[in-house]
Write a new protein. Structure first.
Length: 299
């Protein structure tokens, strides 16, 4: 990006806040420190863009419109997710397993150095499926409600979870509140996204019937209340099996499988998951954008 991405600024603030909290809090006191860090990060992520946009509007409404439009473009991660997942696909296509491992390590939190080609492909498909909600449709929904300020608040919540929400010794207490709040903020968007993803799979010629079947059966098979919502749909639509055990920081984490092995997973599934992401985002934006426009006209 030719301008420094605002979400990077949020991430930098979280990192500095973490260092400060660890100096002030120890043991279970880190739960309180994590709550304070979450509150301040969310608050500033909302208020700073709100103040800037208010000042921009005083200059001219067009200035605010242009700035907010640009920020909304930055908040939605569809293009970035597509680009990074395609790097994994491109490496797999030329049988460059080491390159594919490096590429997928940029978009997943698990250890990737020992993954085989199937494992790399699964990891890429899973992250596209999960982030269809977290990175694309959820911020879209929040922006439709509260514009860029609410979109940035959501991105702050999501970024705090990705940086602090690990279930290991280091973040057991500090990351507890950020992880819980991410679950809260994604609860409704993940379920809306899953339903629109099922519709999208039908229109894209994928197995929509199986997507619905697997969704109903497997949507709760995850430690997170939200992650399996879209992953289960994607697994069913592609007729493959996703998830299963994964290694994080050298430790194996047991996970249930999502979907059925009706066929072997293949690199092309990364592209298929990407198309499913874009179609789902299109429907969410169209339907809820139209609903908001109609509400504005009625009021």
């Amino acid at each position: 990006m030719w301008l420094y991405h605002p979400v990077r600024l949020i991430g930098s603030g979280i990192a500095r806040g973490e260092r400060l909290v660890r100096k002030c809090c120890k043991g279970k006191g880190l739960i309180f420190g994590g709550a304070v860090l979450w509150t301040l990060t969310a608050l500033f992520s909302f208020l700073i863009p709100l103040v800037i946009l208010t000042a921009a509007e005083r200059i001219h409404p067009a200035v605010r419109f242009i700035l907010e439009t640009f920020w909304c473009y930055q908040i939605v991660a569809a293009r970035c997710l597509w680009k990074e997942s395609r790097k994994v696909y491109d490496r797999l296509r030329v049988n460059d397993l080491e390159g594919a491992r490096r590429a997928v390590s940029m978009i997943v939190g698990r250890d990737t150095e020992n993954l085989n080609a199937e494992g790399v492909t699964k990891a890429a498909v899973e992250t596209v499926a999960e982030n269809t909600s977290d990175g694309v449709t959820a911020p879209l929904l929040y922006m439709l409600v509260g514009g860029a300020p609410l979109g940035f608040l959501y991105k702050a919540v999501n970024t705090m979870d990705s940086m602090l929400g690990y279930k290991n010794e280091k973040y057991l207490y500090l990351g507890r509140i950020p992880a819980r709040m991410d679950d809260v903020f994604n609860y409704i968007p993940s379920r809306i996204t899953a339903l629109f993803m099922i519709l999208s799979s039908c229109l894209l010629g994928m197995d929509g019937k199986n997507a619905w079947k697997v969704y109903r059966r497997d949507k709760r098979k995850h430690t997170s209340p939200n992650a399996a919502q879209t992953e289960s749909v994607c697994a069913g639509a592609l007729r493959v099996r996703l998830s299963g055990d994964a290694v994080y920081f050298g430790k194996v984490h047991k996970k249930e499988y999502l979907g059925d092995s009706l066929r072997p997973i293949e690199p092309e599934d990364i592209k298929r998951a990407g198309r499913l992401m874009y179609m789902t985002a299109f429907f969410v934006l169209t339907v809820f954008g139209a609903a908001k426009s109609a509400l504005i006209l009625l009021l």
